[in-house]
Ligand binder design. Sequence first.
Ligand code: ZN
Length: 87
Amino acid sequence: MDTNKDEDRESLTRSAARIVCPACGNDKDFLEVADDVILTSRYLQNDDGSFSQVDDDSQVLGDIRLYCAECNTDVSFFHQRFLDMLF
Ligand SMILES: [Zn+2]
């Protein structure tokens, strides 16, 4: 019997609250920083010698961290929620 269903839904709603920097209270400006990124772009050379980009692929090998853009506090513990709220 799953009697905790309503409670689960309630806590999901609560977790959708805004991300707020615990250090300075900023809730608007955030930086996502990725380590060790491999950027691969594919280009086709046109007849006139110019190039057109046809593909863009980035691979993140390292950590992705989230920082407050106001005071640079590491707020990576919010990163999953940040991703959930990214549209
Ligand atoms: Zn801050």
